[in-house]
Structures are given as C-alpha cells and as structure tokens.
Ligand binder design. Structure first.
Ligand code: PBG
Ligand code: ZN
Length: 324
C-alpha cells in the first residue's frame, strides 16, 4: 500500500544534489569588508580583541583593498582613527584625513571598488561619544551639523555611500540635504536603521580607538534589544528621509528583524556581523569548540537566508579563501 510517508532524503543524498538545490548562496559580491585607517601609524597594528584584524596605515589600507579586490570583494567600509581627537571630532572632516586620503587613492587606482565611509563622531571625539556631549547629554542637532560636514568631505573625496552609524535622529535627512546642496546627488546613504545597543561592540571600540575615555553607554540613542516595532519605525523613517540601503546590526541575534524588514521594504538590506560576533567565532575556532570555517560560513549563510543583500564582515577575505 502507498503511504504519505516523509520523503526528503533524495534531496540531500549527495553534495552535488545539495549544491544544485541550494536556495541560498554566498559569494564574494555579497561581502563588504570594514577597514580601520589610523593616521599616526606607518605599519599595521593588530587589534588584540579581534584575531586577524588590523588597524591600517594609509599605505597598508590601500594594500588591504587591493587584496580584497583580488579575492572578488567589491565593497569596503572605511573607519578612521585620527591623529588628534577633540570634543567636536573635527578630525573627521579634515580633507587630508586618513579616510579621505584612502578614498581618493582607491578611486584613482580601483574606481570599480564601491566605497562606503562611516559617518560618526565616536572615533574622533575625545570622550568617544557618537555625538556632541553637553552637560544635558547628547546634543542631537549640533551633532547633525558635524555629520553634514563629514558627509560633504567624504563625498568630495569620492565616496560612493555615506554610512551614518550613530543613530542620531534626522541624520539621514540632514546628510541627504547636505549632499544634494553640495552637488553630490549621486552619493548614496546606507543608514544604520535598526542598530541595537549591543554587548557585541566591545572589540570594535578597541579597533576604532573609541574606548579609552568612553564612559556610560549608547542606550539613549541605539535601540533596546527588547524592541522590534521600534526597529521597523526607525527603518521606515530612514527610508522616508532618503536612505538608499538600510541596515540591521548586529546580525546573529537580530535575524528576526532582517526577515521582517525584508517583507516590508524593497530597499537593499545590509546586515553587519559585528566585532563581538566575529571574535566569538574566531575564539570558538581557536579553542576547538567548533570548526571555525564551518561556523563562520553557517553564520553568514543564515544572514542571507534571513534576507540580507549585503553582509558586512571582518571575515570577508578569509571566507573567500574557505570558499575557493
Ligand atoms: C560607532 C560604531 C560602532 C560600530 C560601528 N560603528 C560601535 C558602537 O556603536 O559603539 C560597531 C561595529 C562592530 O562592533 O563591529 N558608531
Ligand atoms: Zn559612533
């Protein structure tokens, strides 16, 4: 007699069959590599809490971008660490700054490389806050004035996308207006729309040199991990303000939001596998808790399965070596 038995093993029997039927694939063009550019160094400095990640000099950053290009990566996200910090983070809009210099050099050498430039103050302010601090807390509007100057300066250098990462209210609109008014209407904005106040950012703050004097937290402007509807509101607001690409960050604890936002909007979605996620996977590999390559690939494929168009990951280069 025929029965309605469960029958799936034919779909999974060989690696050829499994590959043929893969709904989700990962390739070089999905990945964006973050790069830290430090102004006062001449050779790369290892970031202790992020195995395999370095702060780069202008020169080594260019070499890093070339290597990424040769592996098939076509987008990078640049962060700068200035020679001098001050309360207003003025180093961020220095036309001769590290990020600006690397943008110009990359665009003259590798114009096809798509350059995203981080637009925040925390790497440039003495206190490590993402905005201008006053005795009454963050001054949102004063911060927007600085973000406009930073965006303008990156656009002048040749950036393709500005990436405001500070979750300041109105940042996308302020930057959009500033780009349009300064005749950079083609420069896009990748908005950190659903950015949560996460415990996973610690290693980044070492890499970005923003942890030294930082006191307090970012819970007043980043999303509370308890919130999902608020993340959707933030995303829709950023889109209304002119965001071209929206982001969910961190990745692995927040893939429910990727999937919900995927169903709601038609903009490309970027997912950021943040520093803490990256380092946890690296350390699990080092401690032989799991196979590092398998763990990393599984983590990235889960982001694509959830609906990500772009994955920002410090592991971009090594993942392509695993894949090839
Ligand atoms: C700062 C910024 C952070 C990250 C990107 N931009 C940290 C923070 O908000 O404290 C985190 C990235 C990572 O952890 O890899 N605006
Ligand atoms: Zn910041």
């Amino acid at each position: 007699m025929t029965s309605q038995f469960k029958r799936f093993h034919s779909l999974r029997r060989t690696s050829g069959i499994r590959e043929m039927l893969s709904e989700t694939r990962l390739s070089a063009r999905d990945l964006m590599l973050p790069i830290f550019i430090k102004e006062d160094i001449t050779s790369p400095v290892a970031v202790k809490s992020m195995p395999g990640v370095f702060q780069h000099s202008t020169e080594s950053a260019i070499a890093e971008i070339e290597e990424a290009y040769s592996l098939g990566i076509r987008s990078v996200l640049l962060f700068g660490i200035p020679r001098h910090k001050d309360p207003h983070g003025t180093g961020a809009w220095n036309p001769q700054g590290g990020v600006q210099t690397v943008i110009k050099l990359t665009k003259s050498k590798r114009p096809e490389m798509v350059i995203f430039a981080d637009c925040c103050l925390c790497e440039y302010t003495t206190n490590g806050h993402c905005g201008i601090m006053t005795t009454r807390g963050l001054d949102n509007d004063a911060t927007l004035d600085c973000l406009k100057k930073i965006a303008f300066s990156y656009a002048n250098a040749g950036a393709d996308f500005i990436a405001p990462s500070g979750m300041m209210d109105g940042a996308v609109q302020a930057i959009r207006n500033s780009l349009d008014d300064s005749r950079h209407p083609g420069v896009g904005i990748m908005a950190y729309s659903a950015k949560y106040a996460s415990a996973l950012y610690g290693p980044f703050r070492d890499a970005a040199g923003s942890s030294h004097q930082f006191k307090g937290d970012r819970k007043g402007h980043q999303l509370n991990p308890t919130q999902s509807r608020e993340a959707i509101l933030e995303t829709l607001t950023d889109i209304a303000e002119g965001a071209d690409i929206v982001m969910v960050k961190p990745g692995m604890f927040y893939l429910d939001m990727v999937s919900r936002i995927r169903d709601l909007v038609h903009q490309p979605i970027a997912v950021y596998q943040v520093s803490g996620e990256y380092s946890m996977i690296k350390l699990a590999g080092e401690k032989r808790i799991a196979n590092e390559a398998d763990l990393m690939l599984e983590s990235l494929i889960s982001m694509k399965r959830a609906g990500a168009d772009i994955i920002i990951t410090y592991a971009a280069k090594e993942v392509l070596r695993f894949l090839n």
